[in-house]
Ligand binder design. Structure first.
Ligand code: NAD
Ligand code: DAU
Length: 352
């Protein structure tokens, strides 16, 4: 059992769910959440755990080598779950440098700090790197799935930076015997997701009767997984996965964007007491995302067969929970859709 676990990016969407799970499930472990609090980091995501005795928040940058070395020493970190990253594909198209810096150099910095602190004693230590299915590129509409053997073929600056970070993690394992594991997950959805991503953006826009910007013809396919199922998978692999291995995580739950958008519209309209389909008129087809990957779909059989994990939530239930959460937490949404995000949104979707 690891005693002092560092979770990077714990104030973000997925990270906050991982922090919540670990703080509650492992009261005898110290959970250190290291986050720079970029536009995507939000301590309001963790209000319910912030006063727990086994939880510590540290504001810091994974690219700051001296700070990371001090952090490992101060808390005698023996396990790392590394989620901190720039995570939004559209932003990476506009600003690739930030993605290379944070995702590649930040990961390398953290690896070096861990290697130095652990100093060749790998027993009882683990570095779990959280990555994405986007590193595998795009699939045709033919039913094939990404497996752990699929060749890396990233297309966006985001996925190229994540692919590079994955390679550094494996290089540390292969070169130094460093105790690392990599997981590649499909699209997550659920509470606390920053509303630049499809599902929270569209729920909020439907509520406010704003246009729903569908890229291209809305035919691209994504494989959606409820975020708490991802957090459970991370817990399983962090504790029981094998060093040097990769595990794919996914929901076997493919949706064409336009079909998913119609489910969201129906759900929001119903919960707001609007006539069925009232918000269909908000669908607005816009210029496609540059280099938009056609289809992602994960084969997560290895994880199921080796470690017994599988998704717990049916998609219909997950979407219902998610929409209800955003509608009930309008204040959370309002706090982050003002200020800097408002400027980003205006530029992104209205060109002004
Ligand atoms: P997010 O953007 O919601 O959160 C990222 C967090 O990292 C934020 O709290 C931010 O403040 C922090 N951060 C950014 N730069 C930092 C730095 N230099 N130092 C310290 N903290 C920094 O992202 P997310 O959607 O929760 O994704 C988390 C991880 O999971 C990422 O590595 C992402 O690539 C991966 N992932 C995401 C999905 C998904 O669907 N969202 C799917 C698969 C994998
Ligand atoms: O597959 C895992 C990845 O999923 C993660 O690694 C990324 O961090 C995460 O952001 C997500 O990437 P996507 O690009 O798939 O997610 P996004 O929510 O941005 O878009 C989902 C789909 O919806 C995609 O095909 C683009 C489309 N889209 C998105 C937005 C924001 C639209 O049509 N309109 C939009 O306004």
């Amino acid at each position: 059992m690891k005693r002092n676990i560092l979770i990077t990016g714990g104030a973000g969407f997925i990270g906050s769910h991982v922090v919540r799970l670990f703080v509650g499930k492992y009261p005898d472990c110290r959970i250190v959440n290291l986050d720079r609090l970029t536009y995507a980091g939000n301590l309001a995501n963790l209000r319910d755990v912030e006063n727990r005795p086994n939880y510590t928040f540290v504001k810091g940058d994974i690219c700051d080598y001296d700070a990371m070395r001090s952090l490992f020493a101060e808390y005698d970190i023996d396990g790392v779950i590394h989620l901190a990253a720039e995570s939004h594909v559209d932003r990476s198209i506009r600003d690739p440098f930030t993605f290379a810096w944070t995702n590649v150099m930040g990961t390398l910095t953290l690896l070096q700090a861990a290697r130095e602190h652990w100093n060749g004693t790998w027993e009882g230590r683990r570095f779990h790197h959280i990555s994405t299915d986007e590193v595998y590129g795009a699939l045709p509409f033919d039913g094939t799935l990404f497996t752990e053997q699929t060749r890396y073929d990233p297309h966006s600056p985001y996925s190229a930076s994540k692919a590079s970070s994955d390679h550094f993690v494996r290089a540390f394992h292969d070169t130094y015997g460093f105790p690392a594991v990599v997981t590649n997950c499909s699209n997550n959805y659920g509470p606390y997701q920053f509303p630049e991503k499809l599902i929270p953006l569209f729920i909020n826009n439907i509520r406010h009767e704003k246009p729903l910007p569908v890229y291209g013809r809305g035919e691209n396919i994504r494989d959606w997984l409820y975020v708490e199922d991802h957090a459970r998978a991370i817990d399983t692999i962090f504790h029981r996965g094998r060093d040097g291995e990769t595990y794919n995580i996914g929901g076997f739950n493919e949706w064409r964007n336009i079909d998913l958008i119609r489910v969201i519209i129906r759900t929001v309209d119903r919960l707001l007491g609007r006539p069925e389909g009232a918000s269909e008129k908000l669908i607005t087809y816009v210029t496609d995302r540059a280099g938009h990957d056609l289809r992602y779909a994960i084969d997560s059989r290895k994880l199921k067969e080796e470690l017994g994990w599988e998704p717990s939530l049916q998609f219909e239930e997950g979407i219902e929970k998610t929409v209800r959460w955003y509608l009930a937490n309008q204040e959370w949404m309002d706090d982050i859709t003002s200020g800097e995000y408002e400027r980003y949104y205006q530029e992104m979707y209205t060109g002004r």
